[in-house]
Design a protein around this ligand. Structure first.
Ligand SMILES: Nc1ncnc2c1ncn2[C@@H]1O[C@H](COP(=O)(O)OP(=O)(O)OP(=O)(O)O)[C@@H](O)[C@H]1O
Length: 354
């Protein structure tokens, strides 16, 4: 068992509140990702769970034990938590074996026991052949695996990862995602992962918590975050999306410029119709909005298109094999495969058609 319970946790620095009241239970073996733009409070939340920061109010429990709150504070080294940061934070003067063995030496384990546990972990993180190397003889990905091994070697109850892949190149980042996920399953560990990269969050998590300015915007599964975003912020932050401003009345949404679409939903007044680029279909015969294909960029697997409607450019992603079927400059219809209608919050990203 290794759950984390956060009860009405807040954090302020002076008069600035960086985490607004936050409550949740991260379940045993759950992979939870804290996702949000820079400065939204993700790292602060992770540091409070680790014990490097004290909440201003509220309490944190690991399993049934209070680690922060009710007049108690358990220091980081007594929380049995493993941590990996963005910077590899491996000791440059120690070889791979000694880096991974370090936490066990501090615990005073016997040499035989240390050797056994280090080699078990090195096998799990695919580093057995590099055991004698110094960090500067390893690639970034290998160094990050050393950090991961060192975090896991004490069999922690919880693993906290703060942007661990952001210093790696794109290809390595992708493969490490699967390695981390695989390791989490094998070790049966609870993971709290911090990132501003939405694809990382989607690929690994059981649950994603989207933050903005210290406040939770949505806590949900990756599919719900993507397909049923709670508001315009989440819709825009996670994935690509077009917002088209309109006015909802009974049975229809009117767009500036005289175009309109049928609408049976409950909203009335100013709205933003949100459509993901891959949910837009370009057709010759009929559709929701009429426009002109302004530009089509061929990317191989996809076409990244801009369709001009009035004064706005709407982004459409079509299958690569359809490239050239509609030539640039030609009139077309846009149909929406799936769309959401938000109350228009006046956000900058909302497009005005005219
Ligand atoms: N020790 C501190 N004193 C004052 N303000 C702080 C302190 N630590 C963090 N902050 C502020 O708290 C807010 C949240 O910071 P935090 O590092 O948690 O954000 P983050 O979402 O992890 O961002 P990033 O992705 O850039 O690391 C920021 O506005 C930051 O400036």
């Amino acid at each position: 068992m290794s759950s984390i319970t956060l009860n009405e946790v807040t954090k302020s620095y002076g008069s600035v509140q960086v985490i607004q009241k936050f409550s949740s239970v991260f379940c045993d073996r759950e992979f939870v990702t804290l996702l949000g733009p820079s400065g939204c409070g993700k790292t602060t939340m992770l540091r409070m769970i680790a014990g490097f920061e004290k909440p201003s109010s509220g309490e944190i429990l690991i399993d049934d034990a209070v680690v922060s709150g009710r007049g108690q504070f358990v220091p980081p080294n007594r929380r049995n938590i493993g941590m990996v940061f963005q910077s590899y934070a491996v000791w440059p003067h120690m070889d791979v074996f000694d880096n991974v063995a370090y936490p066990l030496k501090i615990q005073g384990l016997s040499r035989g026991e240390i050797k056994k546990r280090v080699f078990d972990i090195l096998e799990a993180v695919h580093l057995t052949q590099y055991v004698k190397r110094l960090p500067n003889e390893l690639s970034g990905g290998q160094q990050q695996r050393v950090a991961l091994g060192r975090a896991l070697v004490c069999s922690p109850r919880v693993l906290l990862l703060d942007e661990p892949l952001s210093n790696l190149d794109a290809k390595l980042r992708e493969s490490m995602r699967f390695e981390i996920k695989d390791m989490q399953r094998r070790f049966g560990i609870t993971v709290v992962y911090v990132t501003h990269d939405q694809t990382e969050a989607m690929a690994m998590s059981d649950r994603v918590i989207v933050f903005n300015k210290g406040a939770v915007q949505q806590m949900d599964t990756p599919t719900n975050i993507y397909r049923r975003p709670a508001n315009q912020f989440v819709a825009d932050f996670v994935g690509k999306i077009n917002f088209i401003r309109g006015f909802a009345s009974d049975g229809r949404i009117d767009f500036p410029g005289g175009q309109w679409m049928a609408y049976g939903g409950p909203r009335r007044g100013p709205v933003a119709v949100a459509v993901r680029p891959e949910d837009m279909l370009m057709r010759r015969d009929r559709g929701v909005l009429k426009g002109t294909l302004a530009k089509a960029y061929y990317l191989g697997d996809a076409n990244d298109c801009r369709v001009r409607i009035g004064a706005a450019d709407v982004r459409v992603i079509a299958a690569g094999r359809t490239y050239g079927q509609i030539p640039e400059g030609e009139e077309l219809w846009l149909d929406f495969d799936e769309y959401l209608v938000f109350e228009d919050d006046g956000a900058d990203q909302t497009q005005i058609l005219s």
